[in-house]
Ligand binder design. Structure first.
Ligand code: DC
Length: 222
């Protein structure tokens, strides 16, 4: 079975989520927000008072996660349901972003989430966003993109995004958190945040969402 995949990797706040939803909508394909899996695991670990150092328990939780990703009818948003509860907004808290980045350095946890991510790879196709979609999870795809933007621009984008869903943070603190997460994500030994050698890198600092989407759509090969 030949199923097309588009991978969109890049650092925090670069706009991968929004761009991925628009590409998925344009192609009428499925979508995988892999960062949400790490965030959900962080949230569940916190709820169960599991230490981020307890790899055995984290792997257990990762294996058992009862989650559903439900795209809105117009694909403008992904609803995330854990054990019947809507946690879409809760996992966007910076606390879970930081915890997710800490959990994500653990190879056993990454391995436990691998099959779950690959299960999204079904007809008619998949748009997958994250850090290692093109390098580790779906290395076979020809459609790999790596988005970048200046730190200032990414902090501002994430700031606006959080504001829109009622999460209020200080821009200066957000910028520091994002920089520290990106450093951890890009320097870890397992599946670091890095562009695949065959990825198309797009600096989005000066580009609108629509311009990024257009550039990606123009480069797709089927
Ligand atoms: O995309 P995001 O901001 O929701 O991701 C949160 C954290 O999850 C990110 O800082 C690192 C981790 N992550 C990862 O290691 N690999 C992925 N494919 C996606 C996210």
């Amino acid at each position: 079975m030949m199923v097309n995949i588009v991978t969109i990797d890049g650092p925090s706040g670069v706009g991968k989520g929004t761009v991925s939803l628009k590409i998925a909508k344009h192609l009428s394909w499925n979508i995988l927000d892999s960062g949400a899996l790490y965030r959900i695991l962080a949230l569940i670990a916190k709820r169960h008072q599991v230490s981020l150092e307890d790899e055995i328990k984290l792997v257990e939780l990762a294996t058992e996660l009862d989650i559903k990703f439900i795209p809105e009818a117009d694909l403008s948003k992904l609803k995330i349901i854990y054990a019947g509860q809507d946690i879409t907004t809760e996992i966007r808290n910076e606390t879970y972003a930081t915890m997710a980045s800490q959990i994500a350095v653990k190879s056993t946890v990454r391995k436990a989430l691998l099959a779950r991510q690959r299960a999204f790879h079904v007809l008619p196709g998949l748009v997958a966003d994250g850090r290692d979609m093109g390098t580790v999870v779906f290395p076979e795809t020809k459609n790999k993109f790596f988005l970048t933007a200046s730190c200032e621009e990414r902090a501002l984008r994430r700031y606006k995004q959080l504001n829109n869903i009622g999460i209020y943070v200080k821009l200066s603190e957000l910028a520091v958190e994002i920089a520290s997460r990106d450093k951890r994500d890009s320097t870890r030994t397992i599946a670091p945040l890095v562009a695949a050698t065959d990825a198309v890198t797009i600096d989005t600092t000066e580009l609108s969402i629509e311009e990024v989407v257009e550039r990606i759509l123009n480069k797709l090969v089927f």
